[in-house]
Design a protein around this ligand. Structure first.
Ligand SMILES: *Cc1c(COP(=O)(O)O)cnc(C)c1O
Length: 433
C-alpha cells in the first residue's frame, strides 16, 4: 500500500511562528492614518485590537515569534494537520507531477481560520479583555472566533451581513451553538446601524455595514476588542504554522515543492503555507514558485493596482499599501464568500511587487469542476474557496503532463465544503453562470 499521509507528533508541532517581515528585502510600506496622513504605530491600534497583536503587526525585526504555551495546547486539539500525497487526483489527471495537499479542513471549524482565532482570543484574555467582536459574511471567521472565545471563556458578539444571516443559517447556528451573540447587520444596536436603517429600512447589509457596527461596539464597550480573520500581518503570522508543519512533512516524504499554491481572499491561508517556504527563496535563492489563486470576479492581484487604499468598504480603517480593486469595488455574489475581498494586505502586496508571487484567476464554474474532481478522487468535499487552489493545481499538473516533468506541487486545502452544499447544488443543477 502506498503511504499517503504525513503527520507530525505533538512534540514536533512548531513552537514559533515565522515572521517574514524580518527577512523581506523591501519592507512593507507603512499604514497611513487617513486624517493626519502620518504612519500608524502599534499604539494607535491599542484602542481597537489587543496590544500583542498590534505589536506583531509592525514587528519587522524578530524572525521567530514564540507561540504561547496555552495556544499550543489548543493547537494540539487538531494539529498537526495531515499532509497528504494526492495519488487519487494525480491518477485522475494522468500527470507525472507529484501533488501534495495540506489538509486544514480537519480543524474543528473546518478551515484554517481557527489558527488565528485561538491566539487572538488568548492575547485578549491575557490582557484582561472580556468580550471579542467581529463581522462575518458567510460565517467562517465568525464560527472560528466563537469557538475560540468559548475555549478561553470570553463572550463573543458577531455582526453577520443580514442577507447571509437569513439565507445561510447553518454557520449562524454554529456560532450560536458556541454561545456567540449573532446580530444581523445593519441592526438597531449601534449608531452606525441605526443611521443606515433610518435611510434605508430594507438594507440587506454588507461587510461594510457589519465592520462599522463591530468597530463601534468595540469602541463603546469596556473590555471589548475587535478582531479580524485575514488581511492583517498578525493574522498571516499565526497562519505560518501551516507552512512550517508542511515543510517538516515534505521532508518526511523526501520531497521539496517546486510550486506552492493557495486560494486568495485576504491572503492569510496563502501566506500561511507560502512564507515558510519563501524564506528559503529570499534567503537562499531556492527556486520555488508561489501561486495565489483568486476568483475571476475579484482579481485584485491579477488586475488590481498597487495603491494606498482603505481595508473596508466604509473607509474606517487605516490606508493600507496594497494591490486593490478599490475599496468600493462590489464583487459579484460568488459562493466562495471568503474570496470576495477587494484588497491583498501589505506584506503579500510588497512581495508580489518584488516578483516573488504569481497570481491566477479562476472562473466560478471551473473552480467547482475542479472541486468535484478532487472530491471524487480524494474523498473530501472542498470549500468553494479551496476549489480555486485545486483548479490552479490541476492547471499546473496538466502542464506537467504535456512536458513530462515530475514537478512537486503543494497546495493548501483551506477548508471543507460540507456547510456549503447549497453552492454545490447550484453547480450540479447548472445554475451557475
Ligand atoms: C476565509 C477563507 C478563505 C479566504 O481567506 P484567506 O485569508 O485569503 O485565507 C479561504 N478558504 C476558506 C475555507 C476560508 O474560510
Amino acid at each position: 500500500m502506498k503511504q499517503k499521509r504525513f503527520i507530525l507528533q505533538e512534540s514536533e508541532i512548531p513552537r514559533q511562528w515565522y515572521n517574514i517581515q524580518a527577512d523581506m528585502v523591501n519592507k512593507p510600506q507603512p499604514l497611513i492614518h487617513p486624517g493626519t496622513k502620518q504612519p500608524i504605530k502599534a499604539e494607535d491600534l491599542f484602542p481597537l485590537f489587543n496590544e500583542e497583536c498590534s505589536r506583531q503587526e509592525f514587528n519587522q525585526t524578530d524572525r521567530w515569534i514564540d507561540i504561547p504555551e496555552e495556544v499550543l495546547e489548543k493547537y494540539a486539539y487538531y494539529r498537526s494537520t495531515p499532509l497528504v500525497r494526492a495519488y487519487g487526483l494525480e491518477e485522475a489527471i494522468g500527470t507525472p507531477a507529484h501533488i501534495y495537499f495540506k489538509n486544514e479542513s480537519v480543524s474543528p471549524m473546518g478551515s484554517h481560520k481557527l489558527n488565528s482565532a485561538i491566539p487572538q482570543v488568548y492575547y485578549c484574555k491575557k490582557e484582561g479583555v472580556k468580550n471579542v467582536t467581529t463581522e462575518t459574511g458567510a460565517g467562517q471567521w465568525g464560527a472560528s472566533l466563537s469557538y475560540a472565545a468559548k475555549l478561553f471563556g470570553l463572550e463573543c458578539a458577531v455582526y453577520q451581513v443580514k442577507i447571509s444571516y437569513e439565507q445561510k443559517p447553518y454557520r449562524r447556528n454554529i456560532m450560536q451553538v458556541f454561545g456567540a451573540q449573532v446580530t444581523p447587520s445593519p441592526s438597531m444596536s449601534t449608531r452606525a446601524g441605526k443611521d443606515i436603517l433610518t435611510k434605508d429600512p430594507t438594507h440587506q447589509g454588507s461587510l461594510g455595514t457589519a465592520i462599522s457596527e463591530a468597530v463601534e461596539l468595540a469602541q463603546m464597550t469596556p473590555d471589548c476588542k475587535y478582531t479580524l480573520g485575514s488581511v492583517l500581518n498578525h493574522v498571516s503570522l499565526h497562519q505560518t504554522v501551516i507552512g512550517l508543519e508542511a515543510e517538516k512533512q515534505m521532508a518526511m516524504a523526501g520531497e521539496y515543492p517546486d510550486v506552492v499554491i493557495a486560494c486568495f481572499g485576504g491572503g492569510s491561508n496563502f501566506s500561511g503555507i507560502a512564507y515558510p517556504f519563501m524564506r528559503h527563496t529570499i534567503c537562499e535563492g531556492k527556486k520555488t514558485r508561489y501561486i495565489a489563486a483568486e476568483p475571476a470576479s475579484c482579481p485584485k492581484l491579477t488586475k488590481g493596482k498597487f495603491m494606498y487604499d482603505f481595508g473596508d468598504e466604509a473607509g474606517y480603517t487605516p490606508l493600507i499599501p496594497m494591490y486593490s480593486l478599490g475599496h468600493d469595488f462590489k464583487p459579484s455574489l460568488i459562493h466562495a464568500g471568503g474570496l470576495r475581498y477587494h484588497g491583498a494586505g501589505a506584506i503579500v502586496s510588497q512581495l508580489r511587487k518584488d516578483g516573488y508571487i504569481e497570481a491566477v484567476d479562476i472562473e466560478q464554474n471551473d473552480s467547482f469542476k475542479a472541486g468535484v474532481l478532487f472530491a471524487k478522487s480524494e474523498g473530501i468535499i472542498p470549500a468553494p474557496e479551496s476549489c480555486h487552489a485545486i483548479a490552479a493545481t490541476i492547471n499546473e499538473a496538466l502542464k506537467c503532463k504535456e512536458t513530462g516533468e515530475e514537478k512537486v506541487i503543494l497546495f493548501n486545502l483551506s477548508g471543507h465544503g460540507l456547510v456549503d452544499m447549497s453552492a454545490y447544488d447550484q453547480y450540479l443543477t447548472g445554475q451557475l453562470g
